[in-house]
Design a protein around this ligand. Structure first.
Ligand SMILES: CC(C)(COP(=O)(O)OP(=O)(O)OC[C@H]1O[C@@H](n2cnc3c(N)ncnc32)[C@H](O)[C@@H]1OP(=O)(O)O)[C@@H](O)C(=O)NCCC(=O)NCCS
Length: 179
């Protein structure tokens, strides 16, 4: 968990690369059945650690317009608590697109943190990364995630069934787009 530095600050949050201290709270939230309700299963400690490594590793492999991006650890500025991740990555289902995604501890829900962090990423994606658009993917029943997409101004893109039935929302960022 070293390499290309990254930090974005919002009013209440810092979006940053992951630290070793994030692993324990991340494993705890990935072991929470309510957080993982829309995923096939909760994660073991080893699976959560591997996901943290992949999320952090994005920043060493993904670049746009010369700047790194990835699935950032979200830290609350008031107390330094690790809340989960919000960020950008590439999914093998849609390799030409960049997906924005989020997963927060249950104690951090209902406070606007996901939307605040995602809004900072949208601005960064448009103004720094110069990405033409973002997509966001979830299962049709994940109303909390769909609500974040709506708050970001994303539009319904398409539904698909592959490994998992899912719905894709789209946010156009290029000049002439809707963001
Ligand atoms: C998806 C997820 C991040 C959404 O979290 P969330 O707390 O519902 O979304 P936000 O952080 O944007 O918070 C919005 C809520 O905070 C409320 N809120 C409270 N204070 C607020 C403030 N200061 N500013 C903005 N909103 C505030 C809003 O009214 C809204 O409440 P509502 O849901 O009752 O309408 C969360 O449910 C989660 O981590 N789920 C598990 C993982 C998951 O499924 N990820 C998506 C996989 S595709």
């Amino acid at each position: 968990m070293t390499g290309e530095p990254f930090r974005l600050a919002t009013q209440r949050l810092v979006l940053r690369r992951w630290s070793a201290a994030d692993r324990e709270p991340f494993a705890a939230l990935c072991a929470d059945p309510e957080v993982m309700r829309h995923f096939p299963a909760v994660l073991s400690r080893a699976e959560a650690d591997a996901l943290a490594d992949r999320a952090d590793g994005c920043f060493d492999t993904l670049r746009s317009n010369g700047s790194p991006y990835g699935l950032a650890a979200v830290e609350r500025r008031a107390d330094g608590d690790f809340l989960g991740f919000v960020g950008l990555h590439r999914m093998r289902w849609y390799p030409d697109d960049v997906e924005i995604g989020w997963r927060l501890a249950r104690s951090a829900w209902g406070r606007g943190y996901a939307t605040e962090a995602a809004t900072a990423w949208v601005t960064h994606a448009r103004d720094v990364l110069h990405l033409p658009r973002l997509i966001s993917i979830t299962t049709p029943g994940n109303t909390a995630s769909l609500a974040v997409m709506r708050r970001l101004g994303m539009r319904f893109g398409w539904e698909a069934s592959g490994e998992v039935d899912h719905v894709v929302h789209v946010l156009d960022l290029a000049p002439g787009g809707t963001a």
